[in-house]
Design a protein around this ligand. Sequence first.
Ligand SMILES: NC(=O)c1ccc[n+]([C@@H]2O[C@H](COP(=O)([O-])OP(=O)(O)OC[C@H]3O[C@@H](n4cnc5c(N)ncnc54)[C@H](OP(=O)(O)O)[C@@H]3O)[C@@H](O)[C@H]2O)c1
Length: 284
Amino acid sequence: MHKSVLVTGASSGIGEATAVHLAHQGFKVFAAARRLEKLQDLAGLAHNRIHPVAMDVTDETSIANALDTVGEEGGALYGLVNNAGVSVLGPAERVPTKEWRRQFETNLFGLMNVTRAVLPQMREAGVGRIVNIGSVTGRIAAPFQGVYAASKHAVEGISDALRRELRPHGVKVSVIRPGFVNTPFGEQEQQALARYLDDEVYGDQVRIFKQWHARGHPSAPPPTIVAEAVLKALTAARPQSRYTVPEKMLGFLALRNTAPSALTDRIFERVTGLNAIQEKGNAS
Ligand SMILES: NC(=O)c1ccc[n+]([C@@H]2O[C@H](COP(=O)([O-])OP(=O)(O)OC[C@H]3O[C@@H](n4cnc5c(N)ncnc54)[C@H](OP(=O)(O)O)[C@@H]3O)[C@@H](O)[C@H]2O)c1
C-alpha cells in the first residue's frame, strides 16, 4: 500500500522535483497546480505513481474539486507538501497593494486554504504530515525582497502554531527553508526587479541587487536538494521542525540570530555590492 501525498505547485521547479522524487520512493503522489497540461508530462514517470490534479490554491472551490478527485482515486492523504508560491519583488515602498495581496493570497492564505481542507481527514486518521516550503528569506529579509520575505516569515509563524496545535492529533508539521535553488523562479524574480530599474529613488540600488541576484540563481543547487529534505520530513520517525538546504545556509542563519543587525546589514551590503551606494548624511 503506497502512502498518498499531495504536492502543490508541482508543475515546475521544486514541486515537480519533489513529486518525482516522492513517487520514486514509493509514494502515490497527487501533483497539483493550475497548469494541468504541464502536470500531464509527469503522469507517465516513476511507475505511474504521479496523478495530476488541477488546483488553484487561492480558490477554495478549485481545492474542493481537486480533493474530490484525490478521494475518487483512493488517496487518503498521509502527507501534504505546501509548495505553491510566487515571488513579488521590488522596493517595499513602491510595490502596489494589489501585488502585496497577490503575494499573500498564494504563499500564506493559499497554504492555509489547502491545509484547512486536508486536516479533517488527517485528524480523523490520527496520522499525517504537513511540510511547508518556506525560505531562508523567512528568517532574513534581503532588500527588495521585503514583500516575499514577509509572506515567508508568516509561513514560519503559522507553521510553529500548527505544529503545536496538531501534535496531540497525530499530525506533524515541518518547514523546509531553501536558499537560492535553480528553478524558473529566478527568472520571474529578475523580471519583477526589472520593473523598478528606472525608479528615480531606488533604481540604482535595484540595479546592483538585480545583478547579484542574477549571479545567484543559475549557480544555485538543483531542486532535488529540496525534494530530499521533503522526503526526510515525510518519513523520519521524529521529523525536525525545520530543514535548511543547502546546509551551508545554517551558518548564515546563526549569524542572523546572534550578530547585531548593524553587522549583518553591512555584510548584506558587501555581499550584494550595495555598499557602493553612499549613505546620505543624517541632517538631524
Ligand atoms: N527557487 C528558489 O530559489 C526558492 C528558494 C526558497 C523557497 N522557494 C519556494 O519554493 C516554492 C516553489 O518555488 P520554485 O522555485 O519551484 O518556483 P516555480 O518553478 O516558479 O514553481 C512555482 C509553482 O507554484 C505554482 N503556483 C503558483 N501559484 C499557484 C496557485 N495560485 N495555485 C497553485 N499553484 C500555484 C506554479 O504552478 P502553476 O503556475 O501551474 O499553477 C508552479 O508549479 C515556492 O513556495 C518558493 O517560495 C524557492
